[in-house]
Write a protein that binds this ligand. Sequence first.
Ligand code: PXP
Length: 236
Amino acid sequence: MVELGVNIDHIATLREARKGAVPSVLEAARVCEAAGAHQITVHLRQDRRHIHDHDIYTLREALRVRMNFEMAAVPEIIAIAHEITPYTVCLVPENRTEVTTEGGLDVTAQQDRLAEVVQGMHARGIKVSIFIDPDIDQVDASIATGADSVELHTGAYANAEGAARDAEFARLRACAEHIAKHPIAFHAGHGLTVKNLAPVAALPGLREVNIGHDIVARSIFIGLSNAVQEILALLR
Ligand code: PXP
């Protein structure tokens, strides 16, 4: 089945609204694990707006499932990744003024530098995913870096309607078919919800989705465990 990484950044967003200790990111991770999530995803942003360094160290010790560490490929965060050795890092672009990750990483513009980042992670046994827009050139550049997987940005698909959504889905499908011909794994994420997940989950070769906002938002009404389980049911 397509595996689920639950992004729990927004548990920390709620905690940071009062700068206190609740809701606990660790407790949220445990609930997601118990509900059947295959992976916990966290983004340690350079501005530390939600997840903090201590969350990363605590989760690294306590998680039973894989940790997917989303990060900007900048020296400070690369050093933290090398120290904690998560199962995977997912390289994302980061812009201090954005509300959330807005676009994919421009790999074509920095292929050689990213290849060095990939090598440094591989030397420490860490797998590397790269978050990119559904664009064949970006897929090819990601393959050339030696990355283990690409995560296709599904935000444009999620935000579009009608014919525009069909066009965005066609871009995802074209990339999925291209990826299937190469030795690199296919992940997807951003903006995925119980309502829009099914067509994406059926894309050829998809191995993993990372979902955060919709699960945390639905957890207010149905509980975190149920919110994780309803996504898992769709993936099955
Ligand atoms: N994948 C990546 C690379 C992301 O940056 C994000 C958002 O942090 C997600 C998945 C999850 O997106 P959403 O919160 O919209 O489900």
